[in-house]
Write a protein that binds this ligand. Structure first.
Ligand code: VG1
Ligand code: CO
Length: 599
C-alpha cells in the first residue's frame, strides 16, 4: 500500500468527556471527522512511539463500528503501526480490551501499546443514535487527562492526516492474520477470538502486584475466581440465574462464561446476541432500561411473576457496567462495591492475601468508607470516571473500586468490569452457601445485603438525572449552587424553611482531587453539600452525553439505627430530595418538574 497525506480542517467539538468522545453517528459520519480524531490521537502519543507498535481496535459492535474499524486500520497502517489486533467481528468488551492490552502477547513477544475502543457505552445505538471512541493506554486503562487534553488541542489545529487509501478492506469476521506490504515494511491485521484473553484471565492465573506475569507452573498463585465453586452454586436445584446483555457485547462473553464454562442453562441468557442498535433499546443496566430482566426478577408491579430467579444481572453496551438483582430485590451499585469489599477475602481467591485498598468515585455512597474503616483498609475518593482509579492500582494502593453508576471492578485490569462483578457476587453466594444443604434455606442476595446493613448501617441512595437540559440553563444552575454554598448560614436557613427535620449542612464545596500518585489536580468535579448526620447532596454535569447537558443529582442518607434500616428508600430520602430541588431551584432553571431517569 501507499501512504497518502490528506489535507483536512479541524472540528471544534472533539473534546473527550468522562469516557472518550461521544457524538451522534451523523456527526462521526461528517467528512474526516473520525480521521481527524484518530490522527490527533497518534500525534498526541507521538509518531515515534506509534511507529512499529501494536494497536487494538474493537468495540461493542454498535452502528458505524464496521466502517470505523476499516478507517482506523488504514490510518494505522499509514502512521507506521506494525500490527493491529481486532476481536472477531470487531467485537471486544471494554474490560476485554483492558485484558488484551495487559496480557496478550504476539508471536514476536510484543504487547499492545494502546487501543481504540469503539463504543458510546450505555448510550443507544443506530443511524440516529450515538457512536463513540475511547483511547486506552499501555496499562490497559482509559487515557489520562494529560493525554486527552493534548488530543483535544491537536484536533483544534489539525491540517492533515496520513492514510493508506489503497489498502483493501480486511475481513474481520474470520480469525486469522492478513499481511500487507507498505513503504516502511510489513503491516499485519490479526483477528482473534474476542473471549480468549479475557476468559483466560478470569479463570486461570493472575498477575502479581508488580505487574509481572507469574509462570503458571513455576509459582502458581491462584485463580481470580473459583469457577468450580460457582459452577456448583449454579447447579443447585434451589438456585436460579438470569443474565441480560441488553444486546450489547456482553452477550459474547456471557455465552462463553456462563454456558460453556459454568454450565448454566441457555434459557438463563436474555438479549445475548449483540445488535448494532441494541434491539432499539437503551443498553443501560438499571431498573428503568433493563425492563425484561426487571420483570423476570419480579420487580415490575405491572407484570408480576410467581417464581423469579434467585439471581439476576445485566450489562451495558460495552459490558463494563453491571446491575445486580436478587429475587424481587435491587442492590444499589454503591452497596454492591461495599459488599464485595467486605466479603472478598474467603470468597474470591484473587483476594485471599488481602486487599491493598479500596476506592470509590466522589458521588458514590459512603457504604464503602464504612467497610474500609471497619476492616482498616486504605481508602480513596476520586472524581467520576474510571481513569482516576488506574494510578492507584498501578501504584499497588487499591484492589477493589466502584462507582454509583453501576461500575465495579478490581485491579485484575484497569477498567470497570460487568462480568467480573457478576462472578464476584456469585462467588460470595457460593461461599455463603457452601455448607447450606439444598433442603435448608439458601442464603440469598437479599440476605447478604440485609446482613451487611445490620453490620455496617445502611446508606439510602438515589440519583436523579435531568437529561438533555438546555446547556446554558444547566451552567446557570451550577453557578447558582456554587454561589449558595458560599454562605452556610444562608444554606441552613433555606433548608429549615423547606424541611426543618433535616440536619444542618456542615460543609459545602466544589470537589477537587489531587492524585496521590502523580500529584495532578482535577478541579470542578461536582458541588457537594455535606450534612452533620453524614447525609450528602451532590450535583454535577455529565461528561458522557451527546446532546445538550445532563444534570446529575446524587442523594444519600446514612442510617445506623437497626430498627430503621428497613424503610423504603424513597421514604427515607424524601426530605433530602425536597431540600435538593429547592436549594438548586431545579424547576426554575430547567423547566423540569421531574427527572428523566431515577436510579
Ligand atoms: C458516567 C458515569 C460515570 C462513568 C462514566 C463512564 O459519566 O456517571 O460514573 O464512569 O459514565 O461510564 P458522566 O460524566 O456522564 O456522569 V461508561 O460505562 O459510559 O464508559
Ligand atoms: Co460502559
Amino acid at each position: 500500500f501507499k501512504v497518502v497525506t490528506q489535507s483536512t480542517s479541524p472540528y471544534i467539538d472533539q473534546k473527550p468527556g468522562t469516557s472518550g468522545l461521544r457524538k451522534k453517528v451523523t456527526v462521526f459520519q461528517q467528512p474526516n471527522y473520525l480521521h481527524n480524531f484518530v490522527q490527533a490521537t497518534f500525534n498526541a502519543l507521538s509518531i515515534e512511539k506509534v511507529k512499529g507498535s501494536t494497536i487494538v481496535i474493537s468495540g461493542d459492535g454498535r452502528y458505524f463500528s464496521k466502517d470505523a474499524v476499516q478507517i482506523i486500520i488504514k490510518l494505522s497502517a499509514a502512521n507506521g503501526v506494525r500490527r493491529v489486533w481486532i476481536g472477531q467481528d470487531g467485537l471486544l468488551s471494554t474490560p476485554a480490551v483492558s485484558a488484551v492490552i495487559r496480557n496478550r502477547v504476539g508471536s514476536d513477544g510484543e504487547k499492545a501499546f494502546g487501543a481504540f475502543i469503539l463504543t458510546a457505552s450505555h448510550n443507544p445505538g443506530g443511524p440516529h443514535e450515538d457512536f463513540g471512541i475511547k483511547y486506552n493506554s499501555e496499562n490497559g486503562g482509559p487515557a489520562l487527562e494529560g493525554l486527552t487534553n493534548k488530543m483535544y488541542d491537536l484536533t483544534k489545529t489539525i491540517k492533515e492526516y496520513l492514510i493508506a487509501e489503497d489498502l483493501p478492506n480486511v475481513d474481520i469476521s474470520s480469525i486469522g492474520t492478513t499481511s500487507f506490504q507498505g513503504p516502511e515494511g510489513a503491516f499485519e491485521v490479526e483477528v482473534f477470538d474476542a473471549t480468549e484473553d479475557y476468559v483466560n484471565l478470569l479463570k486461570t492465573l493472575w498477575l502479581d502486584s508488580t505487574g509481572l506475569k507469574i509462570a503458571h507452573l513455576l509459582s502458581y498463585v491462584g485463580t481470580i475466581f473459583d469457577f468450580k465453586a460457582i459452577k456448583n452454586l449454579l447447579a443447585r436445584p434451589d438456585f436460579s440465574f438470569c443474565y441480560d446483555a441488553l444486546h450489547g457485547v456482553a452477550g459474547v462473553y456471557a455465552k462463553k462464561i456462563f454456558i460453556d464454562e459454568l454450565s448454566a442453562d441457555e434459557s438463563s441468557l436474555l438479549n445475548c446476541v449483540p445488535k448494532e442498535d441494541f434491539g432499539g433499546g437503551h443498553p443501560d443496566p438499571n431498573l428503568t432500561y433493563a425492563k425484561e430482566l426487571v420483570a423476570r426478577m419480579g420487580l415490575s408491579k405491572a407484570a408480576p411473576v410467581s417464581e423469579p430467579p434467585e439471581f439476576g444481572a445485566a450489562a451495558d453496551g460495552d459490558a463494563d457496567r453491571n446491575m445486580i438483582l436478587g429475587k424481587r430485590f435491587f442492590v444499589t451499585p454503591s452497596d454492591s462495591v461495599a459488599i464485595i469489599a467486605a466479603n472478598a477475602i474467603g470468597s474470591i481467591p484473587y483476594f485471599n492475601s488481602g486487599l491493598k485498598g479500596v476506592a470509590r468515585s466522589m458521588p458514590t455512597s459512603a457504604a464503602l468508607d464504612v467497610v474500609a474503616k471497619n476492616l482498616n483498609l486504605k481508602f480513596f475518593e476520586v472524581p467520576t470516571g474510571w481513569k482516576f482509579f488506574g494510578n492507584l492500582m498501578d501504584a499497588g494502593l487499591c484492589s477493589v473500586c466502584g462507582e454509583e453508576s453501576f461500575g465495579t471492578g478490581s485491579d485484575h485490569i484497569r477498567e470497570k468490569d460487568g462480568i467480573w462483578a457478576v462472578l464476584a457476587w456469585l462467588s460470595i453466594l457460593a461461599h455463603r452457601n457452601k455448607n447450606v444443604s439444598t433442603d435448608s434455606k439458601l442464603v440469598t442476595v437479599e440476605d447478604v445485603v440485609r446482613q451487611h446493613w445490620a453490620t455496617y448501617g445502611r446508606h439510602f441512595y438515589t440519583r436523579y438525572d435531568y437529561e438533555n437540559v438546555d446547556a446554558d440553563a444547566a451552567k446557570e444552575l451550577m453557578a447558582h449552587l456554587v454561589n449558595v454554598q458560599s454562605s452556610l448560614p444562608e444554606v441552613n436557613k433555606l433548608i429549615k424553611q423547606v424541611r426543618p427535620d433535616v440536619a444542618d449542612v456542615e460543609k459545602a464545596d466544589e470537589f477537587e482531587y489531587k492524585d496521590p500518585v502523580d500529584g495532578s489536580i482535577s478541579s470542578h468535579q461536582g458541588i457537594r453539600y455535606l450534612f452533620q448526620d453524614g447525609s450528602r447532596l451532590v450535583f454535577r454535569l455529565s461528561g458522557t452525553g451527546s446532546e445538550g447537558a445532563t444534570i446529575r443529582l446524587y442523594i444519600e442518607q446514612y442510617q445506623s439505627d437497626s430498627t430503621k434500616i428497613g424503610t423504603e428508600a424513597q421514604d427515607a430520602l424524601a426530605p433530602l430530595v425536597k431540600v435538593a430541588l429547592s436549594l438548586s431551584k431545579m424547576q426554575e432553571f430547567t423547566g423540569r418538574s421531574s427527572p428523566t431517569v431515577i436510579t
